[in-house]
Design a protein around this ligand. Structure first.
Ligand code: 6PG
Length: 467
């Protein structure tokens, strides 16, 4: 049997990717370190052209050359050990693709190691979760373009399709693909936190019943906020717990986990002086949520504002929250695409920002209607410095900023924690402030550390003997 592609790692994502490839006409060889997952996958493949192998050597030998092997194994050392076991079995020109959430620096190290042996390596960001893997994810491949071209026919076939466009495009060299996926996840964190803050305002400040909030999200998903995360939020809020009959959301513990991709996004931004405050605040919100026991204890002793039952015009405030959420998302995506732009310039990657927005329109977790607008902004102004200054968004936020200010002020004065709503507003106001307070910091640094400063009225570097 000659197979056209092989998949190693048959967890949910790997198994679904294999089924997706087979459904699109590939002859797929599958292998897993333990045979249980292989057997489990083979139980429900029906007529699909999927062939199981229980010895790695047999798996490799079943592949047409140049071989294409797709890894879907846990990020970190497992990827390295699978690569090491494959190297002696492969020939020059063969290709290994890593579809896991690997750190882009690890991908670069693996790329170099395999390049030296004449083996191609693609670090591929895959977004869309287990359903996306099966029905069509957003695919972000990085590595050598000629190596990508070998895999492109399969990758574009299994990707989500928006109109006639596959949500898969060559991203750039070496670790660029995994980098774009990493920042995608950072944006995802921010998006999720903003939605959670909007929900909290509707639930706690407007005191709306949960079914009404679900209906509000369903309505928002018909308009400019249309997106996967808004859609699933409405569904989540509708879900009743089959054990108690209560809304399931009300019995889920409010401690958020994270597997690292959002954290890596913040670390990379901080390492490179990129203002990624909203994504970072969403990460800190997860860390703070983990201190559940401390929060429960602190609630009993830390005072908040006096509760005042002021009548609030429900429909007016629901619309304020909608506008605030939209503005927060624009600010978060502006920071995410700024991180793409600044990193692209730093590493000389020439990231295709317009195309990245296009492949985010389908398949991925942050897929949203307004990614068309983001792509259009970069299409009209390829050297756009920041999404906030794209004419469409400038006009939209001119209108929506009042709502974000009202929601932040009302929420904070009523004792709510709104880290991403408030950080979005601070970022927007900070970015549009031509003359800021940073001059005082420069003076302070020069006062105690003689770190010098520049002047507004003449070139040069100065120090003042302050004492
Ligand atoms: C995706 C998801 C996927 C995974 C996240 C979860 O794009 O398909 O982002 O990568 O579900 O990594 O991340 P956390 O566990 O860190 O929230």
């Amino acid at each position: 049997m000659v197979n056209t592609i092989g998949v190693i790692g048959l967890g949910v994502m790997g198994g679904n990717i294999a089924l997706n490839m087979a459904a699109k006409g590939e002859q797929v060889a599958v292998y897993n370190y333990t045979r249980d997952l292989t057997d489990q996958l083979m139980q429900n493949i029906e007529e699909l052209p999927v062939s199981p192998y229980y010895e790695l050597q047999d798996f490799v030998q079943s592949l047409e050359t140049p071989r294409k092997i797709f890894l879907m194994v846990t990020a970190g050392k497992p990827v390295d050990s699978v690569i090491d076991s494959l190297i002696p079995l492969l020939e020059k020109g063969d290709v290994i693709m890593d579809g896991g959430n690997s750190h882009y620096k690890d991908t670069e190290r693996r790329y170099d190691k395999l390049k030296a042996k004449g083996i191609g390596y693609l670090g591929i960001g895959i977004s869309g979760g287990e359903i996306g893997a099966l029905t069509g994810p957003s695919i972000m491949p990085g590595g050598d373009r000629d190596v990508y071209e070998k895999a492109a026919p399969i990758l574009t076939k299994i990707a989500a399709q928006v109109g006639a466009d596959p949500c898969c495009v060559y991203i750039g060299p070496k670790g660029a693909g995994h980098f774009v996926k990493m920042v995608h996840n950072g944006i995802e964190y921010a998006d999720m936190q903003l939605i959670a803050e909007a929900y909290a305002f509707l639930r706690e400040r407007l005191r709306l019943p949960i079914d009404e909030i679900a209906a509000i999200f369903e309505t928002w998903n018909q308009g400019e906020l249309k997106s996967y995360l808004i859609e699933i939020t409405a569904e989540i809020l509708r879900k009743k717990d089959d054990k108690t009959g209560k809304p399931l959301i009300d019995v889920i513990l409010d401690k958020t986990g994270q597997k690292g991709t959002g954290k890596w996004t913040s670390i990379q931004a901080i390492d490179n002086g990129i203002p990624s405050s909203i994504i970072t605040e969403s990460l800190f919100a997860r860390f703070l949520s983990s201190l559940k026991e401390e929060r429960v204890a602190a609630e009993k002793v830390l005072a908040g504002p006096e509760k005042e039952e002021r009548p609030m015009d429900k429909d007016l405030w629901i619309d304020f929250v909608k506008q605030a959420l939209y503005m927060g998302k624009v600010c978060a995506y502006a920071q995410g695409f700024t991180q793409y732009k600044m990193t692209s310039e730093l590493y000389g990657w020439d990231l295709p920002l317009k195309d990245i927005a296009l492949i985010f329109r389908g398949g991925c977790i942050i897929r949203a209607e307004f990614l068309n607008l983001i792509s259009k902004a970069f299409q009209q102004q390829p050297d756009l410095s920041n999404l906030l200054t794209a004419p469409f968004f400038t006009e939209k936020l001119k209108e929506y900023q009042t709502a974000l200010r009202k929601v932040v002020c009302e929420g904070i004065s009523s004792g709510m924690s709104l880290p991403c709503f408030s950080t979005s507003l601070s970022y927007y106001d900070g970015y549009r402030t031509g003359r800021s307070n940073a001059n005082l910091l420069q003076a302070q640094r020069d006062y105690f550390g003689a770190h010098t400063y520049e002047r507004t009225d003449m070139d040069g570097v100065f120090h003042t003997a302050w004492h």
